[in-house]
Design a protein. Structure first.
Length: 122
């Protein structure tokens, strides 16, 4: 399994750092709790094995085609996702020697907004 690409579908889209939910410490905490739980649950249900390291990619499918800046979604996306994967036991830690998250891509799916995470073990 170490050589196989793993795909996880999280049924949420991350909030922008420009959003008031991100700037409020209490709302950010609530958002991150929800995201960590979702990422952890999806990883456990998919039975993702323990990995020593990986490169991570993401495609965020928003319900509309508005223009968005990638950098406003990088932290909200990867903070919750990596913490969830560590919580699920996929990675021993989320430091840069173990995981390498890449800039996310954006897509549009009005009916099913979601985030698709691709994990490539290394």
């Amino acid at each position: 399994m170490q050589d196989s690409v793993i795909t996880l579908v999280i049924p949420l889209v991350p909030i922008s750092q420009n959003n008031n939910e991100w700037t409020s410490r209490w709302r950010r905490s609530s958002y991150l709790e929800t995201w960590v739980l979702a990422a952890s649950t999806v990883a456990k249900e998919a039975k993702v094995p323990k990995l020593e390291g990986a490169e991570l990619d993401a495609v965020i499918f928003f319900p509309d085609a508005r223009r968005r800046d990638f950098d406003n979604f990088f932290s909200p996306l990867w903070k919750g996702t990596l913490d969830g994967l560590v919580h699920a036991g996929v990675f021993p830690d989320d430091n840069s020697s173990i995981v390498r998250p890449n800039t996310p891509y954006f897509g549009k799916d009005k009916k099913t907004p979601r985030t698709v995470i691709t994990i490539t073990p290394r």
